[in-house]
Write a protein that binds this ligand. Structure first.
Ligand SMILES: Cc1cc2nc3c(=O)[nH]c(=O)nc-3n(C[C@H](O)[C@H](O)[C@H](O)COP(=O)(O)OP(=O)(O)OC[C@H]3O[C@@H](n4cnc5c(N)ncnc54)[C@H](O)[C@@H]3O)c2cc1C
Length: 442
């Protein structure tokens, strides 16, 4: 039962809806993509008095933001040395602090805009073997040295069983600063807030092409105090045009028609899938996840799961580079789930869906420029619920001249994925190696 859409919309009585453009538009900033990145960039710009048009090819939340596992993870998406070794100490510190503020930024937005999205704190990084425990302890030591004190090590079976009822793990790191959320409710709340702040949001507004307009038309677009660039002309699938001083590409793994070859080469779309059960009994939940913490194991092709506000198990996993043969996704996810919690063997599946995660070679988000006044960020590497909101804010602050972070982050090197026309098989082989290593518990 593979669904195009996640189960999330079923628990939202009335989703916001937005018209498609009925004519040509002018604006200061055009944003391509109605996920967390685009919406937080739009909100930040509009809150600062700028004139923003947001264009979504389908409906808000049709990309990763409306179909993810809902895990709200602290920090950057890979070991920080991938960033710090490329930067002077003061810049590395700025980047560290920004990453560690991403969850708090999300929490503040939820509070400020009174977004009812089931945000809950408590997270387990679960280790399947001793190598993974050692890695978690090293992470704890590094983060603690930088001032992060939300971790508790759960090494004994007793300590572990207070949080999770399974024998699958040898230990875990509990993080009180990470948690989970109903992602579509959060995105809808951001969209409502952005609409209220004056963002003109359009659905069914696929951008087909992006080009610089002839210079003579330059002065027609209001610049609202932003530094002026050659005017960009975006052509939509239905024939309308949108003219803008700045363009933000916020399509991540779903980006189509626009962007540069370098963006494409440096991003691999990986399919991940999620299964939702029907609501479980309180008794069962108190046995398997008594604190209702979200959990991710430490494998490369990891399992990630949580109990949602309706008592469903939301179980994700099963990374695939080949993006084919989704037929056995449900049985595969059920197998993974019952290996952790055998008592879930009899529970019913309510829905299964898949989506594309954008990953980079070093698993660090890729910031950059795709033309004069055209900026992008992509590749949150499965860590985007909090990081995309930070990244959208960084893009917005950059064009407002309010932050150094974009310039610092866009200096980080991003290698292309290898393989040329053999890219997909090459990625699949690479992934198989990591899966094998996890399987053999090396
Ligand atoms: C199955 C799955 C599970 C995940 N689980 C987690 C998790 O638990 N925790 C976590 O932190 N991260 C998770 N992620 C990753 C996270 O969802 C993403 O990093 C994040 O949502 C990216 O947000 P975004 O706004 O950059 O892109 P998206 O939400 O993908 O939005 C991009 C939008 O751009 C639109 N678009 C593209 N091209 C155009 C165009 N030419 N014109 C107009 N619109 C266009 C698309 O239609 C799409 O709606 C998961 C992802 C998936 C797929």
């Amino acid at each position: 039962m593979i669904e195009l859409n996640s189960i999330y919309a079923t628990s939202i009585p009335a989703r916001p809806e937005f018209a498609s453009p009925s004519g040509n538009l002018d604006c200061e900033v055009a944003i391509i993509g109605g996920g967390f990145t685009g919406m937080t960039a739009a909100l930040t710009l509009a809150e600062n008095g700028h004139d923003v048009v947001l264009l979504e090819a389908s409906v808000i939340g049709s990309g990763g933001s409306g179909r993810n596992g809902g895990h709200v993870c602290q920090g950057w998406s890979n070991d920080f040395h991938h960033i710090s070794r490329q930067l002077p100490a003061d810049e590395a510190k700025l980047v560290w602090d920004a990453g560690m503020g991403a969850v708090d930024l999300l929490r503040r937005r939820v509070e400020a805009h009174q977004i009812d999205c089931d945000l809950r704190f408590g997270y387990l990084h679960a280790a399947l073997n001793n190598r993974q425990i050692r890695d978690l302890l090293a992470m704890q030591t590094e983060w603690q040295a930088k001032g992060y004190d939300n971790f508790t090590v759960l090494e004994s079976p007793d300590k572990l069983s207070a949080h999770i009822g399974t024998t699958a793990y040898v230990g875990a790191l509990h993080d009180a600063g990470s948690g989970h959320i109903q992602p579509l409710k959060y995105l809808d709340g951001l969209a409502r807030a952005a609409g209220k702040a004056g963002v003109r949001i359009f659905e069914h507004a696929a951008v087909k092409s992006l080009e610089n307009e002839h210079k003579s038309a330059h002065n027609d677009v209001k610049n609202g105090g932003l530094k002026t660039h050659p005017v960009k002309r975006l052509l939509l699938a239905d024939g309308q045009t949108v003219r803008a001083n700045f363009v933000l590409l916020c399509g991540n793994a779903y980006l189509q028609n626009v962007g540069t070859a370098k963006m494409t080469r440096c991003l691999a779309p990986v399919t991940s899938s999620v299964l939702a059960t029907t609501p479980l009994s309180d008794n069962l939940i108190s046995h398997i996840l008594p604190q209702r913490a979200a959990v991710a194991d430490c494998n490369t092709a990891l399992n990630y799961y949580r109990i949602d506000a309706d008592g469903r198990m939301i179980f994700g996993g099963r990374a695939s580079y080949t993006n084919v043969n989704l037929g056995n996704v449900e049985s595969d996810l059920r197998q993974r789930m019952t290996r952790v919690f055998p008592e879930l063997a009899d529970c019913e599946t309510a829905a299964v869906w898949s989506g594309k995660i954008g990953i980079t070679v070093n698993r660090i988000p890729h910031f950059g420029t795709a033309g004069d006044g055209v900026y992008f960020v992509q590749g949150f590497s499965g860590h985007g619920v909090a990081l995309s909101g930070l990244s959208g804010t960084i893009l917005a602050q950059h064009i407002m001249g309010q932050s150094r972070l974009f310039n610092i982050l866009s200096k980080l090197r991003h290698l292309p994925f290898p393989g040329g026309f053999l890219r997909t098989p090459a990625l699949a082989i690479g992934m198989s190696w990591y899966k094998m290593r996890d399987y053999l518990r090396l």
